[in-house]
Design a binder for this molecule. Sequence first.
Ligand code: F6R
Ligand code: ZN
Length: 195
Amino acid sequence: MSERPFTYDIKPPDFLPSRSDNHLVRRLSDMKGHFADAGALEMMVTEADKDVYEVYEISRPAVAGELRQGISVVHPGRVGDEYFMTKGHYHLVMDDAEIYYCLKGRGLMVMQTPEGEWAVEPLQPHRVLYVLPRWGHRLVNTDAHEDLVAFVAYAGDAGHDYDTIERCGFRKIVVERGGLPEIVDNPRWIAAKER
Ligand code: F6R
Ligand code: ZN
């Protein structure tokens, strides 16, 4: 029988999808090299290897024309003064864009191009963010207590380039200063010309 159109629900209060094909959990120990304070991360991993974020994937074939979907949940927390966040990535097919729709919580999307341009956009419930083609993206939860939850949809063939971010980092990181989020230069960032 041929495949049929399908629906699923994303309902409050937790906004987890009623259907998902994969559930990924990224713990502190998966985040080595991503937070600026490597010492603080190491200590936290030893004490309790907490979940940093989760992704519920609604999988589709990895071909252009399909749309993969998911729910990203970034938990509240900090490593040193840096807020919990996703690893972040470029799409392997750099021309593939992405839609984020924030369902719950408060946070920031940190974005950049390989050429060194950067942008940070605030996320709050009911806000849509369009991630342009070529822009690497990372979700940051800046709330002290609540999960940041977003629905995403992106081209089936997009793929994920994590290596570039692991090697070079994001140009900007988000830290807490006096109880408020502040965007600062990433001491680990390696500019394209030095890569
Ligand atoms: C897909 C996308 C999101 C992220 C998710 C986890 O292209 O941007 O579904 O995959 O928010 O973040 P990463 O993939 O950076 O670990
Ligand atoms: Zn993406």
